[in-house]
Design a protein around this ligand. Structure first.
Ligand code: ADP
Ligand code: MG
Length: 377
């Protein structure tokens, strides 16, 4: 049974609808990440679950309890915000104790609980220091500790790592996920960072303009994006997209000069149906050098423009016809500006989207997708 369930949640501020028919849940012990661009409604969604905003319509359930009308303080939620909101004039211990003291918890119980949480988060040496003297990572841990001491029913986190530098963010993301794996407190985590979402989530929800575009395991969304937006939002460098004309026989052609066109498999041609123009997409890491007939796929010749060195791999930026494309390789050899390269993308790694609706066309059951490995990390 899901722990937190949102049913047909709508939210308007005045005339402006910022959440539209949100249906989702967080399962028992699950870590669900909501990701989307700034302004798409992520914080509003989280604030509704916390009880800091009321939905205009819809229902919110915690286990079998309808909590839509329950005030925030009675929901037993642990919340972590981007700015941590620690009290600067109080020690870490007092910051952690504040909520419990306000609820008249016995001092011995408060001390016991704080010791437990401090040990778990490895912040015991910090208990008598004020937040001003802590590093960003330490403050982050204290903020998590403060949400944790109350043994919350669920955790809500709103971009908790956004104020940290890149290196610390990567470390804290592993730390938070490990903490979750030990505590198994249902968590709803909001971020605008697709890498954070992909690496931390059991399941993720991609939002845009107040709507859920797609919901599923990170691998599912990555390998089978339902729309052009999801396809380009997840993954770095983003998925290549090339607009192609559909020719009457089993071929497609690039915009501009492409008299011969490209032959495509019959099953893909069937699913394109009567459309005249479609998007063809492929991920940079699925492009391989053409070795004759080795892989059945989309064969094309690209011109190399620039090569970015990343250490373990190279990002090659070039063009296919008039379309800019990027691909990833581990071999630098022979890659110099303006050379032409013959490349292939296996057919089951090519994505097809309707040009008007930007929705995926080729049915999922024909596409390969990695099976789920184990449960969580
Ligand atoms: P996100 O967290 O994804 O960046 P928000 O949930 O903060 O997005 O905001 C979604 C939209 O709702 C934005 O356009 C924002 O301006 C608007 N909004 C948020 N809170 C309020 C409010 N209290 N009153 C009016 N508009 C708001
Ligand atoms: Mg926000």
């Amino acid at each position: 049974m899901p722990s937190v369930k949102l049913k047909a949640i709508n939210k308007s501020f005045g005339q402006r609808q910022v959440l539209q028919h949100i249906d989702m849940d967080v399962g028992d012990g699950e870590f669900v990440v909501v990701v989307g661009p700034s302004g798409c409604g992520k914080s509003t969604l989280l604030r509704i679950v916390a009880g800091l905003e009321s939905p205009t319509s819809g229902e919110l359930w915690f286990d079998d309890r309808l909590v839509t009308q329950v005030p925030a303080h009675a929901r037993n939620i642990g919340m972590v915000f981007q700015n941590y909101a620690l009290y600067p004039h109080m020690t870490v211990f007092d910051n952690l104790a504040f909520g419990m003291a306000a609820r008249k918890t016995a001092p011995s119980e408060i001390k016991h609980r704080i010791d437990e949480v401090a040990q778990l988060l490895e912040i015991e040496p910090l208990l008598h220091i004020r937040p001003g003297a802590l590093s960003g990572g330490q403050r982050q841990r204290v903020a998590v500790g403060r949400a944790l001491v109350r043994s919350p029913f669920a955790f809500l986190m709103d971009e908790p790592l956004s104020n940290l530098d890149a290196l610390l963010r990567e470390r804290m993301r592993v730390e938070l996920r490990r903490l979750h794996d030990r505590m198994r407190i249902p968590t709803l985590y909001v971020t605008h960072d697709q890498t954070e979402a992909m690496t931390m989530a059991d399941r993720m929800v991609v939002m845009r303009n107040g709507r859920i575009l797609q919901l599923g395991r990170p691998e599912e969304l990555y390998h089978r994006p339902s729309t052009v937006f999801v396809a380009q939002f997840l993954g770095s460098p983003p998925m290549n997209l090339v607009s192609v004309k559909v020719l009457p026989d089993k071929r497609v052609a690039l915009a501009g000069k492409d008299p011969q066109g490209i032959p495509i498999p019959a099953r893909i041609r069937e699913q394109i149906g009567g459309r005249n123009v479609v998007w063809l997409g492929f991920r940079p890491e699925r492009v391989v050098p053409q070795t004759h007939g080795a892989v059945e796929g989309l064969d094309f010749t690209a011109t190399v423009h620039t090569v970015e060195t990343l250490g373990a791999r190279y990002h090659v930026h070039g063009t296919w016809g008039e379309s800019p494309i990027t691909w990833v390789t581990t071999e630098r050899e022979g890659l110099t500006g303006s050379i032409k390269m013959k490349l292939t993308v296996p057919w089951d790694r090519v994505h097809w989207f309707d040009a008007a609706t930007e929705e995926r066309m080729v049915s999922p059951d024909r596409e390969s997708i990695p099976v789920q490995v184990g449960g969580t990390l």
